[in-house]
Design a protein around this ligand. Structure first.
Ligand code: KG4
Ligand code: ZN
Length: 346
């Protein structure tokens, strides 16, 4: 019988509690504090921590009810140990430790980023070994070679400045759009022309490819958008938000998909998994599908609803660790705000 695992996620502004039986999703409950951060244009750590504290109990209750299971039925408790906001992580970890100690169930402290990759198993089954992964979230952007999601991950490249999601959020701010910027720009871009403005593609020039073949840079793109908007405003010309959004989005999707396919080709990987909040982006999903098909690569994309932070991605990674016979984490694990993507479990 596959293990029944509870997963707790509290690394940023979503309090997520998920329950799986092996790779089967039984419950996925998320409470978001995003509305409390909107007026600040970004997540306020102290506000997020407090919101986790308030939301965790009720979210756990809802998840147990939705799955139709009792706490005593669980085989293990998994929790995000990092990376993320320190105070926010501590709330989830403390709750997981309390449950683990009170119920005498093993505790698995797992990597949030690897959870974004592993969540795909809920819809598409076991990950082929090896596979490639493009991880694009609000805080991270990496290209990975995943030989084993429970322990063997190599980072082929990552962003040298802003994360992809961060670029979306910052550009939305420049355009006077709401936070978080990703979904808002995605919607605005639908009515725009992606070729209207030629924004730069970071680290794609021949000279950059030598040292940064699979690395990303989005800060130049963000600056280019800001400069464009400022120039147009000073000249008194009307700005088409839809065209700026579509052209910016095209630049992001072009670089991410181009480098991901090139990495798969170099590493002879025939499957690519997309993960993280920006994996919900419609243009990235479409362009990647097109380029993977042309390159003979099978693309695995979790449903948009599973791409953003949730507890079930933590639960399914925990279940994989149990199935792989990995030893549980110690009850005195810490929160690791800078946990590297190559460390699956703490
Ligand atoms: O993975 P995630 O939920 O949280 C982190 O671990 O960071 O990612 C959040 C990020 C935010 O920057 C948000 O703007 C972005 O994902 N995002 C999107 C979309 N939905 C969320 N970016 C582009 N298009 C979207 N549809
Ligand atoms: Zn995330």
């Amino acid at each position: 019988m596959s293990p029944l695992v509870l997963g707790i996620e509290s690394s940023c502004d979503e309090t997520g509690v998920g329950i799986v039986r092996g790779q089967e999703l039984l419950a996925n409950e998320v409470a978001s504090s995003v509305a409390e951060h909107v007026r600040f244009g970004g997540v306020v750590p102290e506000v997020a921590s407090r919101a986790h504290l308030q939301a965790l109990g009720p979210t756990l209750r809802r998840a147990l009810d939705a799955a139709g299971v009792q706490l005593r039925d669980l085989d293990a408790i998994a929790v995000t140990a990092g990376p993320g906001l320190m105070g926010a992580l501590v709330v989830g970890i403390s709750a997981a430790k309390a449950l683990s100690a009170a119920l005498r169930k093993p505790l698995y402290g797992v990597n949030h980023l690897v959870g974004h990759v592993g969540v795909d198993m809920l819809e598409n089954g076991p990950l082929p070994k090896p596979c490639g992964a493009l991880l694009v979230s609000g805080g991270h952007t990496s290209l990975l070679r995943v030989d084993d999601v429970t322990g063997s991950i190599t980072e082929l490249g990552s962003t040298i400045d802003d994360a992809a999601g961060e670029a979306y959020d910052k550009v939305a701010r420049v355009l006077g759009l709401a936070y978080p910027g990703g979904p808002v720009i995605d919607r605005a871009a639908a009515a725009g022309d992606p070729k209207a403005i030629a924004f730069p593609r970071g680290l794609t020039a021949q000279k950059d490819l030598v040292k940064h073949r699979f690395d990303f840079s989005f800060s130049g793109l963000k600056t280019a958008v800001a400069r464009y908007v400022e120039t147009e405003r000073l000249a008194g010309r009307p700005i088409s938000i839809a065209d700026v959004a579509a052209s910016f989005q095209e630049a992001v999707a072009d670089v991410l998909s181009g480098k991901a396919v090139a990495a798969c080709e170099q590493e002879s990987l025939t499957t690519l998994v997309l993960g993280g909040g920006v994996a919900a982006n419609s243009r990235l999903r479409a362009l990647l599908a097109e380029r993977c098909a042309a390159g003979g690569i099978t693309l695995r994309r979790p449903s948009p609803g599973l791409c953003t932070d949730n507890g079930v991605m933590v639960a399914v990674l925990g279940a994989e660790l149990v199935c792989a016979g990995k030893a549980p984490s110690s009850l005195d694990i810490s929160a690791y705000s800078g946990l590297p993507v190559t460390k699956v479990q703490v």
